[in-house]
Design a protein around this ligand. Structure first.
Ligand code: PGA
Length: 256
């Protein structure tokens, strides 16, 4: 059984004070949620504040990027062990913004994922096609090749800890969500590739959808059989909106 996982990806938003205030309100709104995994991916400078705010809760802390190296002369970088020390249990890798704006390649993303697993942090490995690629009917090839390249260094033994996020680039921050059926189609393909790569247990890997997820569409997205969670950018910046997404199973959302 794959436990649903809802992740807030704050991207480059929030000071320490804003982050701490968010956590206080979110905890008030969620109470003791145990039916789903809730994760907050904060900027490096807010990790400590969020970690402190989350003490005693089941909400997990994530980073948004990491260096694949263990330590050394890598000015400006943060190592996996440093993230573990900061209280992170998850870390996003290979987000499309890092691929497009900072030139990250599959091979590096794969090394990051393996390095994270080496210190007990769960990587959230992102894949997704651009609009041009979708229109050229290349979605399946692009996603399969990103997935294979980004998981080369990941050992089968570690896959219980792995999370994959399918984020069509054309749906990120644009308000254009993939339809639940479009997302499901790609999730099914990812699931098949994961089984080929890791055997039967590949079916246990959780696959999140990301791209303009909000309280109004999360119920339909989560209803798809191969969608196990959501990676939420814009709609995760306000605690009430993210809380609604986390409580997607409640009647309140179904009514909206
Ligand atoms: P969005 O971002 O929800 O603002 O589209 C999702 C993401 O990039 O993870």
């Amino acid at each position: 059984m794959r436990r649903p996982i809802l992740t807030a990806n704050w991207k480059m938003h929030k000071t320490r004070a804003q982050a701490a205030a968010f956590v206080t309100v979110l905890r008030e709104q969620l109470g003791h949620t145990t039916e789903v995994d809730v994760v907050i991916a904060a900027p490096f400078t807010s990790l400590a504040a969020v970690h402190e705010g989350l003490l005693g809760s089941e909400i997990a802390l994530a980073a948004q990027n990491v260096c694949a190296e263990a330590e050394g002369a890598f000015t400006g970088e943060i190592s996996p062990a440093m993230l573990a020390d900061a209280g992170c249990h998850y870390c996003i890798v290979g987000h499309s913004e890092r691929r497009a704006l900072y030139g990250e390649q599959d091979a590096e993303i794969s090394r990051k994922a393996a390095a994270l697993l080496g210190v007990g942090i769960r990587p959230i490995v992102c894949v997704g096609e651009t609009l041009e690629e979708r229109e050229a009917d290349r979605t399946a090839d692009i996603v399969a090749s990103q997935l294979a390249g980004s998981l080369t260094d990941v050992e089968t033994a570690a896959i219980g800890e792995l999370v994959v996020a399918y984020e069509p680039v054309w749906a990120i921050g644009t308000g254009h969500t993939a339809t639940p059926e479009q997302a499901q189609e790609v999730h099914l393909l990812i699931r098949a590739r994961l089984r080929e790569r890791f055997g039967a247990s590949g079916a246990d890997i959780r696959i999140q959808y990301g791209g303009s997820v909000k309280p109004e569409n999360v119920v339909a997205i989560m209803a798809q059989p191969d969608i196990d969670g959501a990676l939420v950018g814009g709609a995760s910046l306000a605690p009430d909106s993210f809380a609604k997404i986390v409580r997607y199973e409640s009647q309140e959302n179904r009514a909206t």
